[in-house]
Design a protein around this ligand. Sequence first.
Ligand SMILES: NC(=O)c1ccc[n+]([C@@H]2O[C@H](COP(=O)([O-])OP(=O)(O)OC[C@H]3O[C@@H](n4cnc5c(N)ncnc54)[C@H](O)[C@@H]3O)[C@@H](O)[C@H]2O)c1
Length: 354
Amino acid sequence: MPGIPLRNGGTAARIAVIPGDGIGKEVTPEAVKVLRAVAGSAKRPMEFIEFDWGADKFLREGVSLPVGAIEILRDEFDAMLFGELGADILLGLRFKLDLYVNARPVELLHDRLTPLRDRTEKDIRLMVFRENSEGLYVGVGGFFKKGTADEIAVQEDVNSRKGVERIIRYAFEYARHNGLKRVCMSDKSNAMNFAHDLWQRVFKEVRPEYAEIDSRHLYIDTLAMEIVRDPRQFDVIVTCNLFGDIISDLGAQLAGGLGLAPSGNIHPGKTSLFEPVHGSAPNIAGKGIANPLGSVLASAMMLEFLGWKPEAVALREAVRAALQENHVTPDLGGEKRTQAVGDWLAERVEVKLK
Ligand SMILES: NC(=O)c1ccc[n+]([C@@H]2O[C@H](COP(=O)([O-])OP(=O)(O)OC[C@H]3O[C@@H](n4cnc5c(N)ncnc54)[C@H](O)[C@@H]3O)[C@@H](O)[C@H]2O)c1
């Protein structure tokens, strides 16, 4: 992933840590513990500043994001590591910081974790890029005759030429940068004949610039079927906000479920946000059994974004080893507690990076 110029002359990284609510408070400290071990072993300074924003603070003080929070995050940090935050805060940050790339890697790290029969690690390795700043999620719309039997609700799908082009280009650049050979753009242009006509035209215009990449188009319904039937077909998928939201969660299940899925909300060259895909999981919060691997894998994405490539690789290898040795939480069939997984990973990366 293209990185960003770091502050402090490129030597140190400054990370805003926002654990949020529920299990966000349990998994995020484990990810930070592992990141501290990485930074210590690599002898590269990384500074963590924690913020207590989230639902608990909102209930206590009536404040979700304090005034000036966005500017502080944007101007004083290289990246953000989130635990779990409500959709309103998260969507607000994505829009206000213009984090237009939602990167959702789908990588099977152990054969036993996929619900697909006879599929192995080498079959499920792809990246979904979801447009993260436009589409049906911008909140443009309204009601007419609300609350009556004649009510009408309208939700507008907002697609700009600039917005569509930059996410399609990002997908191609990512493929080129990582030596990946296939990019699939997915839309519903047969039914959404304005918004996705734009996606079609931009895709057709951009793809010749990446002649070495085998690019193709699938309607989103076909993609949903094909990704289950044979995930080996895909290296990089790029699609709009709504379809990306759905197809990336489908992908998360193919690779072991919510506890393992990381995500990045990225604007190349600017402060970006990394988080596990799961929510606050109230049904297991406070029990010490939340799986921290999604947060740790999100941290690995963050390291890569910051240009710490060998460290990111070491972190992913440690997660793979934890799965191999079944040093994992109950949701993945193990018996370990959240903190024990964090301790084990921290030790493992220390040995690896020494
Ligand atoms: N990105 C986000 O911040 C985000 C994402 C999804 C949901 N949410 C919010 O979280 C709250 C709860 O939502 P939900 O229950 O539908 O989704 P959830 O992701 O919190 O949990 C869904 C299921 O997966 C399990 N699970 C999730 N993460 C796990 C982990 N790390 N280890 C072990 N098991 C895990 C939970 O126990 C639960 O059974 C809602 O308020 C929702 O709006 C936030």
